[in-house]
Design a protein around this ligand. Structure first.
Ligand code: UGA
Length: 440
């Protein structure tokens, strides 16, 4: 099938590349010339494991091209995927201006029947909105349909998630239209749900809201665990074995970040409000999430006392491992609080330091985790990169000024930390205090 994907962010670029890999002819387009130039030169504008190789292969095989000529891409394609950004607007809703301008270009280039697919995360009713914009701006009688096909890929595992999705959701106005999209996904042999457009749009928001709820729920339980002396890892394990609950997304920590959960939750709260429902449950999920980094810094203050002139090392800056994405990263909330208290910050992240440098030009960036730990009064684990799991912690202890670790992601094993002689403060687990013993 001849396709085009408009928007070369995480969703657009990965979706387009995977469709090409499945044998379709795909034009990935974007109005951002520098991005398209990079892609034409074989350079990736985002870090995503496995993407570069898959792009290269499909470009060489002639199935994948990159272009800024969106009008031409629309004319050449039977099916058009809209995968442009829908950033949060000031009113909490998603800003649909990019979707609207793409819909206008599609309208002006409607040379044949086309299926227009909303792939971006868009509020319920956006299918109708796209249909109206295209109807209003087209200059001929050519017909078209609008489908909702939300994306569930995660950053850092986007290729794998697209090749092996848990489900594929197709919201279409009729079965015939749904079949065209179903055909595209058929080679993946994954479960498919064919439904109406509103329900498909809602499935996306409800899924992200539910995942966020699991995270905030376990973080709330972690707070109570800390107060009563229970261990949230054991609690989550005990809960997760129940198939009705499931073990995923029950990792207590600094809270969820990234470009999706925060934005989508506030959009769903606002959508509910618009239709007269006060979604207090989801608002609490958001509030709990906002509290987590503050509680973390308060814990550091309680243990270290004044942070003025204290040296603090940070491991991990990205919003989660395997990405250089800083959007809504907890480091962006924690670092300013430390700096405001007068602390000196040194930081290391395997790939997100360039992006962080743009936000905090004046903190110290280190070549590796050991440099970040050198001479510090405390080390904070903010993003659980795999390489931090395998640090030589005896060496880390040796080079720190004081052996105190605040683990925001529960990466380390408390009993090993005790053996090594650290003061260790995880989330929702009893802390390990060795320094008192030494002075006893
Ligand atoms: C999320 C969803 O998982 C995807 O299904 C969805 O397609 C995507 O949003 C989107 O709407 O575009 P993503 O934001 O890439 O994907 O990242 P996740 O892996 O879901 O992690 C989100 C945040 O939750 C991260 O900050 C992570 O550290 C945190 N998290 C995750 C926890 O704190 N605890 C957990 O148990 C799991």
């Amino acid at each position: 099938m001849n396709l085009c994907v408009i928007g070369t962010g995480y969703v657009g670029l990965v979706t387009g590349t995977v469709f090409a890999d499945l044998g379709n002819k795909v034009i990935c387009c974007d109005k951002d010339e520098s991005k398209i130039r990079m892609l034409q030169e074989g350079k990736m504008p985002i870090y995503e494991p496995g993407l570069e190789e898959m792009v290269e292969k499909n470009v060489l095989d002639g199935r994948l091209v990159f272009s800024t000529d969106i009008a031409n891409a629309v004319r050449e394609s039977e099916t058009i995927f809209i995968a442009v950004g829908t950033p949060p607007g000031s009113d909490g809703f998603a800003d649909l201006s990019a979707v609207e301008s793409v819909a206008k270009i599609i309208a002006q280039n409607l040379n044949d029947y086309k299926v227009i697919v909303n792939k971006s995360t868009v509020p319920v009713g956006t299918g109708d909105f796209v249909r109206e914009v295209v109807e209003k701006n087209k200059s001929n009688g050519v017909s078209f349909d609008v489908v909702s096909n939300p994306e569930f890929l995660r950053e850092g595992s986007a290729i794998n998630d697209t090749l092996y999705p848990d489900r594929i959701v197709i919201g279409a106005p009729s079965n015939n239209v749904a079949m065209r999209i179903l055909e595209l996904y058929a080679p993946l042999e994954r479960p498919m749900i064919i439904t109406d457009v509103y329900s498909a749009e809602m499935i996306k928001y409800a899924s992200n809201a539910f995942l966020s709820t699991k995270i905030s729920f376990i973080n709330a339980i972690a707070c109570i665990c800390e107060a009563v002396g229970a261990d949230v890892i054991q609690v989550a394990k005990g809960m997760g074995y129940d198939k009705r609950i499931g073990a995923d997304f029950l990792q207590a920590g600094l809270g969820y970040g990234g470009s999706c959960f925060g934005k989508d939750n506030s959009c769903l709260v606002q959508t509910a409000k618009k239709y007269g429902y006060n979604f207090e449950l989801l608002q609490s999920v958001i509030d709990i999430n906002n509290e987590q980094p503050k509680r973390f810094v308060d814990k550091i203050r309680n243990v270290l006392g004044s942070l003025k002139d204290k040296k603090i090392g940070i491991l991990g800056l990205a919003f989660k491992p395997n990405t250089d994405d800083l959007r809504d990263a907890k480091s962006l909330e924690i670092i300013p609080q430390l700096l405001a208290d007068g602390a000196e910050v040194s930081a290391y992240d395997p790939i997100a330091m360039d992006n962080t440098h743009k936000v905090f030009p004046n903190i110290k960036y280190c070549n590796n985790a050991y440099d970040a730990a050198k001479d510090v009064d405390a080390l904070l684990l903010v993003t659980e990169w795999n390489e931090f799991k395998f640090l030589d912690l005896a060496r880390v202890k040796e080079i720190m000024r004081k052996p105190i670790i605040f683990d925001g992601r529960n990466l380390y094993d408390p009993s090993s930390m005790r053996k090594l002689g650290f003061d260790y403060y995880p989330i929702g687990r009893p802390p390990v205090i060795c320094s008192n013993k030494e002075t006893e």
